[in-house]
Design a protein around this ligand. Structure first.
Ligand code: GDP
Length: 580
């Protein structure tokens, strides 16, 4: 009643939202967006315009209106849409599990009486004849654990925030994890059935963090729901489909296989069992696959209801039977030509793992940073502190650090000890060099172990100044070393020789320090600098030497300089790395 959003109107008119927006643009109503709210009167005008012009518009939009097909499909035949893969995140007790259960109960068509017996880690919900794939394990730990192995399985993240509790510590963590993953987000403001629920406060809190609700002119979609009563859940599901459409979530059943493990375990009767979500291509029974260091010819594929299926296409979660071992979440499934090839690949990986274990006892902070130096110009920090006040102080200090040519990004700043989820977030970082710093906090032993495994440096401090100093050092390392010139010696030219095919050689006596080959040289004539260059060759008698100390004589050839004269003074410098 009263108001409608553009996408709702599009649905009512039986056309894709984008086409409606394009058509309105051409018909003199530009600037419409998916979530734009129109009044009843405006909606009437739009209905009239579209009815009037349907099929008669000569433009692309007109054709699309007439045929109700997405406009841009004509230009580039993209892969067809596929069910989006959705993960649910949020603070504990805000209703993630209740929401997943609710959708599962109401939207998964029960195959047989009795329904679903066992979860495979994901399920598919049916909404308006379309499918949405939900990952059953809520929380940002699982979400980022998958990403930490290099695979992005989630297309859309649902952030659940309880309307009676508001934004809490894990809400903030989840937000940072979602941001780092770069996936679109929908906020579900939950528990609106509760008398003390205050959805507006949640919106305000999120807006304060920079997540402005679309109805306030921002672009964060927020849907008030009650996972308990089901209120608003349909709208949430519609929003998921809409966001999937807007982001062009697609997959080609004929394309190369892209499938990621989301869950696995050892079943006493079936052996290793792993659930993968296929994102592109098709996985088939009898395929020979390699997953990490496990492999096998697929004995059976089971869908989310435990039913055997011959193949699984894009967007489908599927349980794989027949692997030699239990793979880890986040690992990719690869199809190979033969069991022999699979075994060879696995052997190679095991070998590499062994080599890595042998070669890397325990890297120091310095070594870890040095290892990354060539690859990146960004330091990605996870910062933990004991209290909000301390955290603010650290953030303030970090804000004052500057290093040229490098970027400092705070992936997450939170209160509490350094946890596994912090390490996972850092480990999933692909753009920058990750570093975890804690101020006045401890490191969870599990987090410590994981960090060692993943090679993520963790540092804790009791003094803010030490923390910022280390971060500054780390940044400078990433920026590359700085050099300064250091004078190492001086020589006097006693005589010069012009050698054919070589050039002029200066016969010198080293008056102070030493002369080094490759060193930088300043040629001074009567106190004035006449040339700056490099010592190209350095000889004692006929022999090439690296350096000549004070009191000795030598022959010096300066690169690209044949005007050195008797009486010139050669000052010799070397470049020394400035320690950071
Ligand atoms: P999770 O830790 O985020 O998975 O939260 P749960 O789904 O386990 O929910 C925590 C508690 O909140 C449970 O007692 C739920 O019954 C309750 N709860 C979840 N959603 C709602 C809701 O929409 N309304 C009300 N009143 N309670 C809810």
């Amino acid at each position: 009643m009263g108001k409608k959003r553009i996408y709702e109107l599009a649905r009512e008119l039986g056309m894709p939202t984008r086409d409606l927006i394009a058509a309105l643009e051409r018909l003199g109503m530009p600037g419409m967006t998916t979530f734009h709210m129109v009044s009843d009167e405006e909606a009437e005008v739009i209905r009239g315009l579209i009815a009037e012009h349907k099929g008669t518009l000569p433009s692309e939009a007109g054709v699309a209106v007439a045929e109700a097909k997405p406009v841009e499909k004509k230009a580039a035949p993209a892969a067809p849409p596929r069910p989006p893969v959705v993960a649910v995140l949020g603070h504990i007790d805000h209703g993630k599990t209740t929401l997943l259960d609710r959708i599962r109960k109401t939207r998964v068509a029960a195959e047989e009486p009795g329904g679903i017996t066992q979860s495979i880690g994901a399920y598919q919900a049916q909404v308006d004849g379309k499918l949405i794939t939900f990952i059953d394990t809520p929380g940002h730990r699982a979400f980022t654990a998958m990403r930490a192995r290099g695979a992005q399985v989630t297309d859309i993240a649902i952030l659940v925030v309880a309307a009676d509790d508001g934004v809490m510590a894990q809400t903030l963590e989840a937000l940072d994890h979602i941001k780092a993953a770069g996936v679109p987000m929908i906020v579900a403001i939950n528990k609106i059935d509760k008398p003390e629920a205050n959805p507006e406060r949640v919106k305000q809190e999120l807006a304060n963090l920079g997540y402005i609700p679309e109805e306030w002119g921002g672009d964060t979609i927020m849907v008030p729901i009650s996972a308990l009563t089901g209120q608003g859940v349909d709208e949430l599901l519609e929003m998921i489909l809409l966001v999937a459409e807007l982001h062009g979530v697609s997959g080609d059943p004929q394309g190369p296989l892209e499938a990621v493990i989301i869950e696995s375990h050892l079943d006493p009767t079936k052996g290793p069992v792993a659930t993968a979500i296929v994102k592109n291509g098709t996985l088939r029974e009898r395929d020979v696959v390699v997953v990490g260091t496990a492999w096998g010819r697929i004995r059976a594929l089971l869908d989310h209801q435990g039913k055997r299926i011959p193949a699984a296409g894009p967007g489908t979660p599927v349980q794989i039977l027949g692997l030699s071992g239990v793979p880890q979440a986040g690992e990719r499934v690869e199809v190979v030509a033969s069991p022999k090839e699979a075994e060879e690949l696995v052997e190679k990986r095991l070998e590499a793992e062994r080599a890595q274990r042998m070669a890397r006892p325990k890297l120091s902070f310095e070594e870890l940073l040095r290892a990354a130096q060539e690859q990146t110009k960004k330091l990605s920090l996870v910062v933990k502190a004991q209290t909000v006040g301390a955290l603010e102080a650290v953030k303030l200090e970090l804000g004052t650090i500057q290093a040229e040519g490098v970027e400092l990004e705070v992936l997450h700043a939170g209160v509490g000890q350094i946890s596994e989820s912090d390490v996972l977030l850092a480990a999933a970082e692909t753009q920058g060099q990750p570093l975890i710093v804690g101020f006045g906090v401890k490191v969870d032993p599990k987090a410590q172990r994981l960090a060692e495994q993943k090679g993520i440096p963790i540092r804790t401090y009791e003094i803010i100044y030490d923390l910022t100093l280390d971060v500054e050092r780390a940044l400078k390392r990433l920026a590359g070393p700085e050099y300064r010139e250091v004078k190492v010696g001086e020589a006097l030219v006693l005589k010069t020789f012009d050698l054919r095919g070589v050039g002029r050689v200066a016969g010198c006596s080293v008056r102070a320090g030493k002369v080094v080959r490759g060193g930088k040289v300043r040629v001074l004539r009567q106190g004035r600098e006449v040339f700056v260059g490099e010592i190209f060759s350095l000889k004692r008698f006929a022999e090439d030497v690296k350096e000549v100390p004070q009191g000795y004589e030598c022959g010096i050839r300066i690169r690209d300089f044949d005007d050195v004269r008797e009486g010139d003074v050669l000052e010799v410098y070397v470049l020394e790395e400035v320690p950071v």
